[in-house]
Design a protein around this ligand. Structure first.
Ligand code: PLP
Length: 379
């Protein structure tokens, strides 16, 4: 990829990462579930108020764990937005689960809860709300429908660490929730994730699935005198070296969030007039949602204008990027039966959305350069 003067994303060290990694090495415990992993678990549990957090190698793997934990079987159905990352859906498809795509709301770009009930069939086992850009889905309505119809709620909270819906942390609503610590996220360790468990009945089995189907976690706690194969599973736990990096980032969360808030609000302040003048829609954050300042996007009036703005910024060495292509229209989605018109709001908005450069150490000067370039764009 070409080098950009202002990239879309850049990993930012917050200070203690190298020191903690050196400590992990000095601890002689660089496999999973070492001291730094335990520190990350404790921190996530206390800050978010979840019953149990388990670090995973990615959000993708946390989603795969959720499918195994819910015991969703071949031929069952899951309701997922088409406007999401492939892993939200692929984790289920991998196990022969049929994905039923739900369209999004035009304001928050989250799944349209008004469509949910109509998509539930006797085979539906779960719905996966994705909190797009960390702005909460309408959880009251989703939870009410899910409870009444007996289906599980798994929050894909890849974008939404520290976001809130009606005062409660995202990730605390579903029986399970998943986080991503990929390099593009507010808090990162390069590649990583977490499974948040709110239904304690799944706790013990989650540990087993994460440890290759063995009860090794119980063995390490001295609860059994040897460990053995007790269930299905895989290797979903990250090295303590990665956990050390993540721990440094999680401990710096207030600084990270404060910086990102300044960046988000500056884009918003500087682009409001321009957006109004040019028919561009800026992100909508409902009053009952507190956002984690994960992303700043523009919704251009047309695909052509979006592409023109990408090219205009590229000429100024600024990388701005589109986001999810509708999954139901991807090669795989079409193979599974998706066709044009299934999710009209997704199809329209996906063509028009543009994400602006956003990383923890984006400087005011860089941001001014992006904003000036956008303003110079004749539309
Ligand atoms: C909504 C959503 N879910 C899941 C993922 C997968 O995350 P990971 O790269 O940690 O597997 C992403 C990645 O960006 C995402 O945007």
């Amino acid at each position: 990829m070409a080098e950009y003067r202002i990239p879309f994303n850049r990993a930012t060290l917050m200070g203690n990462e190298s020191m903690y990694i050196a400590q992990a090495v000095a601890n002689s415990h660089i496999s999973g579930d070492g001291p730094f992993t335990r520190r990350c678990h404790a921190l996530l549990e206390s800050v978010l108020g979840v019953r149990k957090a388990l670090l995973t190698t990615s959000c993708t793997h946390a989603l795969e764990m959720a499918v195994l934990l819910l015991d969703i079987q071949r031929g069952d159905e899951v309701i997922v937005p088409s406007f999401t990352f492939v892993s939200t859906v692929n984790a289920f498809v991998l196990h022969g689960v049929r994905s039923v795509f739900i369209d999004i709301r035009p304001d928050t770009l989250n799944l349209d809860e008004g469509l949910l009930e109509g998509l539930i069939t006797p085979r539906t086992r779960a719905v996966v709300p994705v909190h797009y850009a960390g702005i909460g889905c309408e959880m009251d309505a989703i939870l009410e429908i899910a409870k009444r119809r007996g289906i599980a709620v798994v929050e894909d909270n890849a974008h939404g660490l520290f976001g809130k819906y009606k005062g409660e942390n995202l990730g605390t609503f579903g029986c399970l929730a998943t986080q991503s610590f990929h390099e593009t996220k507010n808090v990162t360790c390069g590649e990583g994730g977490a499974l948040l468990i709110n239904d304690m009945r799944m706790m013990e089995r989650a540990e087993i699935i994460r440890e290759k189907g063995t009860n090794r976690s119980r063995f390490f706690r001295g609860q059994v005198d040897k460990y053995t194969w007790v269930d299905i599973g895989s290797s979903y736990l990250p090295s303590d070296i990665l956990a050390a990096f993540l721990c440094a980032q999680l401990e710096a969360r207030e600084e990270i969030q404060a910086r990102r808030k300044r960046i988000w609000e500056y884009y918003d302040m500087c682009l409001t007039d321009w957006a109004q003048e040019h028919g561009v829609r800026l992100p909508v954050v409902p009053a009952h949602c507190e956002q984690p300042y994960h992303m700043y996007y523009l919704l251009l009036p047309s695909l052509e204008q979006r592409q023109a703005l990408i090219a205009h910024l590229k000429r100024r060495s600024i990388l701005a990027v589109f986001h999810y292509l509708p999954l139901h229209l991807s090669d795989m989605g079409r193979e599974l039966g998706g066709k044009v018109g299934d999710c009209p709001v997704t199809e329209d908005l996906s063509d028009r959305l543009l994400r602006l450069p956003f990383y923890n150490d984006l400087t005011r000067e860089e941001q001014d350069r992006v904003i000036d370039a956008i303003r110079q764009m004749g539309m």
